[in-house]
Ligand binder design. Structure first.
Ligand code: 3HM
Length: 371
């Protein structure tokens, strides 16, 4: 390759930042557009399994995750007060606040030479090689990456990309709670998934995200309007989980929480000419498997790696989708099945079959990284 290839990326979420870093490290010039005026994540906490950690190793971000994240002691599940602790040997995972992960990826993007433009809204892509902005600007590129989330404007502007959408009965309020003295003890250095299924499903997933914070994922059917509200309605949650009242009161005071209804959006194919979609724009999935962001991170790193092996962009994009499609489809199907059947409530939801996603090894991972 003689001339430096140029990418315009829409969306500075986890997938967009990761794609930007990976492309820049592979020699591309990269400009990344974020529609918000600030570069930050609005989410709460996240689990990163081995698949995502390997991808983050490839782009040099994993050491910072190990420094700023934590390894929970156990993954416990409680149904109507009965506690299960499934064996998760062989499936290492890290927990970290989403704002921290976002900051680490933003720093890595700048270090890799990615030009980041905030307040820049993408409205579409031209498959002949241009990103289209809300202010009418047309930016030519060898590759346009739509990483603009589940409602992706880039994806929706490309008629060749077919979509199959499905919504589910549940949704989740996600908040990051400061960790006061009463939650400082080692009994909180865990993931604890508290379920009740009667008279309707309500669940509180606690994930330690370090000495200063706890992530609470508060799931309910979307028809339970009071339990689907942000800010959290402490009365309706404490009535169901009286022993968790102190944590629920903190969740009610938390700022920056959000509610998302569970949804799947299968997109085929993932590219049209010089435009490609990654992350939730390509494969929004239910959060039940805890893999939505991780699959996006893995696919973004593998995209840069595969394009580096092909002078011809069409061939590179086809090869990339060929490698990543089956794993991604399986992750969407597994998380949808887990959401529909609520298998996690029974405490044995992490079967070897569903955990194949967590142990997926991307081609970009060298043997030294895998070791
Ligand atoms: C990590 C994780 N796991 C499960 C869910 C869920 O079932 O909604 C959400 C999560 O963030």
């Amino acid at each position: 390759m003689t001339t430096r290839r140029h990418a315009e990326v829409a969306g500075a979420g986890f997938a967009g930042l990761t794609a930007g870093i990976a492309l820049a490290r592979a020699g591309w010039s990269v400009r990344l557009h974020e529609q918000n005026d600030q570069l930050r994540d609005f989410g709460a906490g996240i689990l990163l399994w081995r698949n995502a950690m390997l991808a983050l190793e490839v782009i040099g971000v994993a050491p910072a995750i190990r420094k700023h994240g934590v390894v929970p002691d156990v993954y416990a599940t409680s149904l109507n007060g009965e506690m299960f602790t499934p064996e998760l040997a062989g499936y290492p995972y890290w927990a970290i606040p989403r704002p921290k992960l976002h900051e680490l990826l933003s720093d890595a993007a700048r270090d890799a030479g990615v030009e980041i433009v905030t307040g820049s809204e993408a409205v579409g892509a031209d498959p002949f090689g241009a990103l289209l902005l809300a202010d009418g600007t047309r930016l030519e590129a060898d590759l346009v990456v739509g990483a603009d989330g589940a409602g992706s404007a880039v994806r929706n502007s490309l008629p060749a990309l077919a979509q199959e959408r499905k919504k589910y009965q549940d949704g989740v309020c996600r908040v990051l709670v400061p960790r006061p003295a009463e939650f400082a003890g080692p009994e909180w250095n865990r993931v604890i998934d508290y379920w009740t299924l009667e008279p309707d499903a309500m669940r509180i997933l606690f994930i330690t995200t370090g000495p200063d914070s706890l992530y609470m994922g508060m799931m309910a059917t979307t028809s339970n309007e009071r339990a689907s509200r942000i800010p959290i309605d402490p009365e309706v949650w404490s009535a169901r989980f009286p022993h968790l009242k102190p944590a629920i009161d903190l969740a009610a005071e938390a700022t920056g929480g959000r509610h998302d209804a569970y949804q799947t959006n299968r997109v085929t194919p993932w590219s049209s000419g010089r435009a490609v979609v990654v992350g939730d724009a390509a494969h929004a999935m239910c959060p039940a498997l805890g893999q939505g962001a991780s699959v996006g991170i893995v696919n973004a790193v593998e995209l840069a790696h595969t394009l580096g092996q092909h002078d011809d962009l069409d061939a590179g994009l086809a090869a990339w989708e060929g490698k990543q499609r089956a794993m991604t489809d399986a992750a969407q199907a597994r998380s949808a099945y887990m959401a529909e059947t609520r298998t996690l409530a029974r405490g044995n939801g992490f079967t070897p079959e569903v955990m194949e996603t967590a142990n997926f090894v991307l081609d970009a991972a060298t043997p030294e990284l895998i070791a």
